[in-house]
Design a binder for this molecule. Structure first.
Ligand code: ZN
Ligand code: ZN
Length: 414
């Protein structure tokens, strides 16, 4: 049977800069690793195509680097195309502001988008000898799992995946049996709390704050999470809500591509109802008149949330995080110490703070369910903090599956 070479350029034993190269010609994702230090990019290579799973920068952030040497095609859903353009433009700007020059010229972003080739879910395409099909991954709007078929050998790459439906998205769909599975494992070693309980705790926290006359600050990721939070706020009929930062642009994109949104009418209705804050004067006005602020960035690394904190730090506020807080980010530090600090500023905040888990990633048992349903001979565990541990668990559960947690730089033949 045919042999396929796979190189693990990044996203192995780490979350960040996912990039897996097939036969030296086709990359599955090409991301950047962004932490508090200088961003880590993937190398500049000459390849035929990138199959992009979704718009998050840890999956698309290094695509412009490829245009230093070549001009590969990027295949992705139309949603991913628009959302990644927004995120790449923003990240270029933010990098320069933080004093890190990306290893490519801004022009490369434009070149990359000129070479984007949109594909819909369940549509097929031939790319450099592979037959390629995209499946809804349920993670963020436009996110995809990717099935590759070369002469009957079937490889499925999960991208970032969520099997459970949320208010915003349907849960992932999966192909039939595959030979090889390349799977994310962000929550490989943990389960999520039951969604209903988590939602109840969230609503209790919001209600308690409003009853005490506090203003509620919800720092949120722009793509996916903020729309999910807005759908929850809509369900419980909250009023006097402001949205701010990149959430506005991403919401416009997400509303435009409505067909894969689970509760499109509800999303439209809440987005029609809330105040879209544009500019500093409007922001100050919102501080005086609104009660709930849904704004970027989720980890407080930038965006209007920093302005709101500075302005409102002596007011009655309550801070509710709804996403993952990476270590050593201003959000994580604030949550743990009660002190906000970034490059420019440092001040204490005396406010009740909460953190809820509305993750867009499959938990441990769902990930095992993916292995069960696809029944592969070989599994590569990627995109996780402790991929070895999760690989061991798969080996224990599925005795005849060959499981590997590759290192960066590893090359395998499948
Ligand atoms: Zn993601
Ligand atoms: Zn990711």
């Amino acid at each position: 049977m045919i042999k396929i070479k796979i190189e693990f350029l990044g996203g192995a034993h780490e979350v960040g800069k996912s990039g897996f190269l097939l036969d030296g010609r086709v990359a599955l994702d090409y991301g950047v690793k962004i932490g508090m230090e200088e961003p880590e990019y993937l190398p500049s290579l000459k390849i035929d195509a990138v199959l992009l799973s979704h718009a998050h920068l840890d999956h698309c952030g290094s695509i412009p680097v490829l245009f230093n040497k070549g001009h590969p095609k990027t295949i992705a859903t139309p949603e991913t195309l628009d959302l990644s353009k927004m995120l790449l433009m923003d990240s270029y700007k933010v990098s320069l502001k933080q004093g890190y020059k990306p290893p490519y010229r801004k022009q490369n972003i434009k070149k990359a988008f000129a070479r984007f080739d949109p594909i819909e879910y369940n549509e097929q395409r031939n790319v450099a000898g592979f037959n390629v099909e995209y499946f809804d991954a349920g993670h963020i709007p436009g996110s995809s799992g990717i099935l590759l078929n070369k002469e009957g050998k079937r490889i499925f790459y999960t991208g970032d995946i969520n099997l459970s439906s949320t208010y915003l998205l349907n849960g992932a769909t999966l192909p039939k049996k595959t030979d090889v599975l390349i799977m994310e494992s962000t929550y490989g070693n943990r389960e999520h709390p039951p969604r209903e309980e988590e939602e109840k705790r969230f609503v209790d926290a919001v209600n308690e704050g409003l009853e005490k006359g506090e203003k509620i600050l919800l720092p949120c990721f722009a793509v996916g999470r903020s729309q999910e939070v807005l759908l929850m706020l809509n369900k419980y009929r909250y009023k006097k809500i402001a949205i701010d930062g990149m959430i506005k642009q991403s919401s416009e994109i997400i509303l435009y591509y409505k067909k894969n949104i689970r509760n499109y009418q509800n999303l439209k209705s809440i987005l029609d109802r809330v105040t879209w804050v544009r500019g500093t004067r409007a922001r100050d006005e919102a501080i005086d008149t609104k009660n709930i602020f849904v704004t970027t960035s989720g980890m407080m690394t930038g965006g209007p949330i920093v302005y709101l904190l500075e302005k409102m730090r002596n007011d009655n506020i309550r801070i509710i995080f709804t996403g993952y807080l990476v270590e050593d980010t201003p959000g994580r530090r604030l949550f743990e110490t009660g002190i906000f600090s970034n490059d420019e500023d440092e001040f204490p905040i005396d406010a009740p703070m909460f953190r809820f888990d509305f993750s867009a990633h499959a938990g441990q048992s769902e990930l095992l369910d993916i292995v069960r349903r696809l029944n592969p001979k070989k599994v590569f565990v990627v995109h996780g903090d402790d991929t070895d541990k999760f690989a061991d668990l798969i080996s224990d559960e599925f005795k005849d599956v060959d499981v590997e947690a590759p290192e960066i730089g590893d090359v395998a033949t499948i």
